[in-house]
Design a protein around this ligand. Sequence first.
Ligand code: CUA
Length: 151
Amino acid sequence: KYEKIWLTLGIASLIVFLSVVGVSAFSQNHTPAGGMETIDPKKVNETAPFDNPGVTQLDDDTYQATIVAMAFGYNAPELRVPVGKEVIFKVTSTDVVHSFTIDNTKVNMMVVPGRITTKSYTFEKPGTYLILCNEYCGTGHHMMYTEIEVY
Ligand code: CUA
């Protein structure tokens, strides 16, 4: 008789556990930042939008900057965006974990192979901003940086 109670309790807690996992997975997929988009790290260069990295204009007020991080640099030719416009950064890695950190801004993204990390940012001041990796990624880590020009 007691066994039945324990079994019922066990099943009940299992159901609670599964629904918690399910709800958190669901809400992660619906975060405004874009959540967890996945990508095959070996096929980054063939997968849109990373097959054509750089800045593209989406509409009058929105730009997209697509960047591939790898040891030890960022593949993103000529990053130039206008001031006061929304820039959606989409970054992935082909090898290990890097970061995509824009100096003097709130942009500090972890870049993980197999995932597309998305972050929206609007520059308030023109200038040349340093982009660097602050996640130790190997012997060339300190040489991993590029620039973005805001005009
Ligand atoms: Cu890439 Cu440190």
